[in-house]
Write a protein that binds this ligand. Structure first.
Ligand SMILES: [Zn+2]
Length: 433
């Protein structure tokens, strides 16, 4: 069955628009300061190399000795603010109205009318999670150097390293952190693993580990990374993760969970309870890589079975939510309520996590926990389908008999987090800046 629907992708780079070449800057190469062979030899970008093996012992050792730069506060947010000063964003996200919706979960609503202006309709195939990279479509090799904040890689000598002005070594497959020019929050960036390899939007073990390491380096529970597969509202088929800083707990992080499996290597898998979208929670692991491999293998299983999904990396990389979804499929089959469609909200990873980015003033004014719940309930697989998908996942990660699946009902934990902060007067509207 071929399902095609008209989609309106958000512009994530200033070079995504047709004919956006800015020739006003006379520099070397083609004059655009681009990421192609004409301009790259002159490129100098900060390079942050993280310490690769991270377990409890290493973390303890890391305490001694100052890191060369504060990853989140100085490097990432510092460079991001620099790009804001330079006017590279399409609108001022810090001026967008935001409020916590009254209720048990504290859904966060943002009114973002600017994000979807200047629409460029594109045919986007929603029925295939894996599609080959298409050189002719927008991809991140087409952004300008000024949109790139820094290069991010594993250190080769076991120490954190920082170089403020490093050349770009294309042969060494650099990964970039770049701004999203249509940010939905403060510090909204894209992590583009091995950018010049032009990988399609598809999870692999190495790239997921890189994303998890970024959360570990940021070392702040309010800095999360997210991933949308094709068919689950990714708009660009070039491998990327998103990330931003929002100093509020996400509703999904507050939902109770029930442990369903323990794996060798210390990874624990739970099911989300009392949340509108059914999903799995992965935690623990003796090393970052243990956790990363289990989640990656689960994602790869979903990809191979053509099941769209979203991933949220929380709690400094210690907790990962995996949410298979079926909204686009229902949408294409005409099974989504017209009232929900009218809001034009695309339930991607942030919305599913409880940060609702709304395009219409009316929806913002009328935002309620009930409305958020109704939308997200449409995203979720049915209980029956969810259990089928879980069986596929457990089959895929159970190489040998290292999975202990827990069928008992007594493993309910009330909340996953100790870092959840109670929002002062959560009945109030919080307006950022
Ligand atoms: Zn150039």
């Amino acid at each position: 069955m071929m399902l095609k629907i008209k989609r309106v992708p958000t512009v994530v780079s200033n070079y995504q628009k047709d004919g956006a070449a800015d020739t006003s800057r006379p520099v070397g190469g083609c004059g655009r300061n681009c990421l192609k062979a004409c301009c790259l030899p002159d490129a100098k970008l900060p390079l942050y190399a993280f310490k690769k093996v991270v377990n409890e012992k290493d973390l303890a050792l890391q305490e001694c000795g100052e890191p060369p730069v504060a990853f989140l506060d100085s490097l990432l947010l510092g460079e991001w603010e620099d790009r804001m000063q330079k006017g590279l964003f399409r609108y001022d996200v810090t001026a967008c109205e935001t409020k916590v919706i009254p209720g048990e979960y504290g859904f966060v609503a943002q009114l973002n009318e600017g994000r979807h202006l200047k629409k460029r309709p594109t045919e986007f195939r929603v029925d295939k999670v894996l599609q080959p990279f298409d050189e002719s479509k927008f991809n991140f090799t087409k952004v300008g150097q000024e949109e790139v904040l820094f290069q991010f890689e594993a250190s080769d000598d076991g120490q954190i390293q920082f170089f403020p002005n490093a050349p770009v070594d294309v042969d060494n497959s650099p990964s970039f952190v770049a701004i999203n020019v249509s940010p939905i929050e403060y510090g909204h960036v894209l992590l583009i693993p091995r950018i010049f390899e032009c990988l399609p939007q598809r999870i692999d073990r190495e790239s997921f580990l890189l994303a998890l390491h970024m959360a570990v380096e940021a070392d702040n529970p309010y800095f999360r990374l997210g991933y949308n597969s094709l068919g689950a509202f990714a708009t660009i088929n070039h491998l990327h993760f998103q990330a931003y800083y929002l100093a509020l707990p996400f509703p999904i992080e507050k939902a109770p969970t029930k442990k369903i499996a323990n794996l060798n290597g210390g990874v624990k898998i739970s099911e989300l309870l009392k949340y509108p979208v059914r999903g799995l929670v992965f935690e623990g692991g003796d090393t970052v890589e243990d956790l990363s491999n289990v989640v990656s293998d689960a994602c790869i299983c979903l990809q191979n079975n053509n099941i769209p999904f979203n991933v949220l990396i929380s709690d400094c990389g210690k907790q990962v939510f995996l949410l298979p979804q079926c909204y686009a499929e229902k949408q294409a089959l005409g099974e989504v309520d017209a009232e929900l469609l009218d809001t034009q909200v695309n339930p991607a990873v942030w919305e599913i996590s409880g940060h609702m980015v709304l395009k219409r003033k009316k929806d913002y004014d009328e935002a309620s926990e009930g409305n958020a719940w109704r939308l997200l309930a449409e995203v979720s697989l049915s209980e029956e389908r969810f259990q089928e998908v879980n069986d596929l996942i457990f089959e895929a990660i159970d190489c040998g008999d290292n999975v202990q699946r827990d069928k008992e009902e007594d493993a309910v934990s009330s909340s996953a987090h100790s870092t959840v902060v109670v929002v002062a007067g959560s009945q109030e509207c919080v307006v950022l800046q």
